[in-house]
Design a protein around this ligand. Structure first.
Ligand code: SF4
Length: 336
């Protein structure tokens, strides 16, 4: 594994149990997040991005399970760790920031108690005084005055609570932070401050950050690379510059066309036809084919690989791959 990869998932699959049987929420997904970069993970609701974020931390719980794949974290395959080892590993190395910090923070614990508990759980040799000093230093670094340490979560603004969540993630010097819809509950001004802070921390501490969001505009502002998921599978991944300038997958193209653009003259916003499939019975082969304006006969028969189309730019689409011989004739007359 190259040194600059903090985490790399290989062929990761997650299923959850429904009355209709086991359903693939994440299907054979591979990705890597490098040191000092923000990877934006986007897609419509229900596409599996939050499940993938939890799977990277091995936080998948019954009735869901990881059914396949490896998760390499700086040379260690997390899939080989016991639950207890994983709990220790997660706390020390991976921080997670959720959409609503009020549901993650204990409402009857002061900010300082959250931080001291986190530090001393993983580093029992650290004294209360030293943990307190580290807590003060951490919140100060994130722009919260140390005299707010004795506040309860409800006494803080939404932006400050998200900063407390970051400080908890950084308390043990995590290398990877997963922010799952972390800005959804923030207003635009606080969102901008929060995102700026993440970028600064990413640069200063050489962190790897996975930003999971349905807000593609936000990703355009902050991400170094972008991954696009559709119906549990990876549709496209590449540098933010490549993906936004020249999106390859028709789904990404549709997502970007649907973003309001004040420089365009059209009065109406583009609306992608159809809706994401029910994962209980997804369409065969390319799951996007019922909505795709470039659909070819092969698309509903054979699943395209997720492979390099240009340089570091990967996609799962037959438009960029050699179509199997038996489908080549019909490709000529396709809409593509
Ligand atoms: Fe569209 Fe076919 Fe590409 Fe799927 S594989 S996105 S249906 S062109």
């Amino acid at each position: 594994m190259p040194d600059d990869n903090v985490i790399r998932a290989e062929n990761l699959s997650v299923q959850y149990k429904t009355r209709a049987g086991w359903v693939s929420a994440v299907d054979d997904v591979s990705l890597e997040i490098r040191r000092g970069e923000i990877l934006g993970l986007v897609g419509e609701s229900g596409c599996g991005k939050s499940t993938l974020g939890k799977a990277l931390m091995r936080l998948i719980r019954h009735p869901a399970r990881i059914t396949n794949g490896h998760i390499w974290f700086q040379g260690i395959d997390l899939m080989t760790l016991s639950d207890n080892e994983m709990r220790q590993f997660r706390g020390r190395n991976i921080g997670m920031i959720f959409q609503d910090p009020m549901t993650s923070l204990n409402p009857i614990q002061r900010v300082v108690e959250h931080l001291i508990e986190t530090i001393r759980t993983h580093e029992p040799a650290v004294s209360d005084e030293d943990a307190h000093a580290r807590a003060a230093d951490l919140v100060d670094r994130l722009g919260i005055s140390a005299n707010r340490l004795d506040d309860y979560p409800h006494q803080l603004s939404g932006g400050m609570r998200q900063r407390v969540m970051i400080s908890l993630a950084l308390a043990l010097n995590a290398d990877l932070i997963i922010a799952d819809e972390a800005t959804t509950s923030l207003d635009v001004i606080v969102e901008a401050q929060f995102v700026e802070l993440l970028q600064q921390l990413c640069r200063d501490l050489d962190l790897a950050i996975l930003m999971i969001t349905h807000n593609i505009g936000l990703v355009a502002e902050v991400a170094d690379r972008v991954a696009v998921m559709y119906a549990g599978r990876m549709a496209e991944m590449g540098s933010a510059c490549d993906v936004f300038k020249e999106p390859l997958h028709p789904y990404t193209q549709g997502l970007l066309k649907a973003v309001p653009n004040i420089h365009l003259e059209e009065d109406e916003l583009y609306k992608m036809e159809g809706s994401p499939p029910d994962l209980v019975s997804p369409p065969p082969a390319c799951r996007f084919h019922p909505r795709c304006p470039h659909m070819m006969p092969v698309c509903s028969k054979v699943q395209p690989d997720f492979e390099t189309a240009r340089g570091d730019h990967r996609t799962a689409c037959w438009l960029y791959q050699d179509v199997p011989a038996e489908y080549q004739d019909v490709r000529e007359g396709s809409k593509a």
